[in-house]
Ligand binder design. Structure first.
Ligand code: BTN
Length: 285
């Protein structure tokens, strides 16, 4: 397990001074003391862009090496799932995209989203002490409200993956007033959870380290360890859920996640279905 120990003193307590607010996310700061060999080997730090995923997809298509990171202070067309936008106000969140070139068939790519979710939750926990949980497939929650999301996009031909871009948005120093009105009931940020601002650089470095550790472990050992960790952190398993997916609205018991990252749903008629993508709510909500 990776420990982002630069944040801690005396073997465990968090050093508040190291978490104080700092300036923009620069390549130099992100590189300083970074203990990865893959993620962040090339970093493009932008002041403002449409979408870091878009930039990373273009770089990947031009041959950017695995581990290339694109980060922006602000996004003007930040992409969320299902064609939604991701609110990306300047200087408040972490908006990052990572280029990966996993030697896996394209039907395993959904596991990469789960890896990113675990990496974000563990980085938040270690950098701030806040407990983060996961909602399949891509939401990271603080006290039940969404504080981060993941959007993985891929380029593949005949089941062979050329590259995957893992886009990660974390609400870090936003106050409630920084979210669009329609999100104020459901969104959160680390600042809201903690009651003070935190330094984005340290959290981003911690995220790179967690992401690298879990990604390399997945390539070595397959999906079992990461699925177990995801299931530990996941709040919508063993629950009666409602899933809005391309196949329509499904209701049933979420029983687990299969090796390709699909949600397994036991329907009222006893049959088991695999859901590859969808929006899950608990049925009591
Ligand atoms: C979601 O929960 O809907 C996914 C949100 C993903 C947002 C991130 S921010 C960095 C990267 N660039 C984008 O345009 N989107 C992702």
């Amino acid at each position: 397990m990776v420990h982002c120990s630069r944040l801690r003193v005396d073997g465990g307590a968090i050093n508040p001074a190291s978490l104080a607010f700092s300036g923009p996310l620069t390549e130099e700061e992100l590189r300083s003391g970074l203990r990865t060999t893959l993620i962040g080997r090339r970093i493009l730090a932008l002041q403002e862009t449409g979408s870091t995923n878009q930039v990373a997809m273009e770089l990947a298509a031009e041959g950017a090496p695995e581990g290339t990171v694109v980060v922006a202070e602000a996004q003007t067309r930040g992409k969320g799932r299902f064609g939604r936008t991701w609110a990306s106000p300047a200087g408040l969140g972490i908006y990052i995209s990572i280029v990966l070139r996993p030697p896996i068939p394209s039907d395993r790519v959904p596991v990469i989203t789960l890896i990113a979710g675990v990496a974000v939750a563990e980085a938040i926990q270690e950098a701030t002490g806040l407990a983060a949980s996961l909602k399949w497939p891509n939401d990271v929650l603080i006290r039940g409200r969404k504080a981060a999301g993941i959007l993985a996009e891929l380029d593949a031909e005949a089941e062979v993956v050329r590259y995957v871009v893992v886009g990660i948005g974390i609400n870090v120093n936003q106050g409630l007033e920084d979210f669009p009105l329609e999100l104020r009931e459901s969104a959160s940020s680390l600042k809201i959870g903690l009651g003070h601002e935190i330094q984005r650089t340290v959290l981003a470095q911690c995220l790179f380290e967690k992401m690298e550790a879990w990604y390399l472990r997945f390539l070595r050992e397959g999906s079992t360890p990461i699925l177990q960790r995801f299931e530990d952190l996941c709040i919508n398993l063993s629950q009666e859920v409602r899933v809005r997916s391309e196949e329509g609205l499904l209701e049933g018991l979420a029983t687990g996640i299969d090796p390709e990252g699909a949600l397994l749903l036991r329907l009222p008629d006893g049959s088991l279905v695999r859901v590859l993508a969808g929006e899950v709510t608990l049925r009591k909500d």
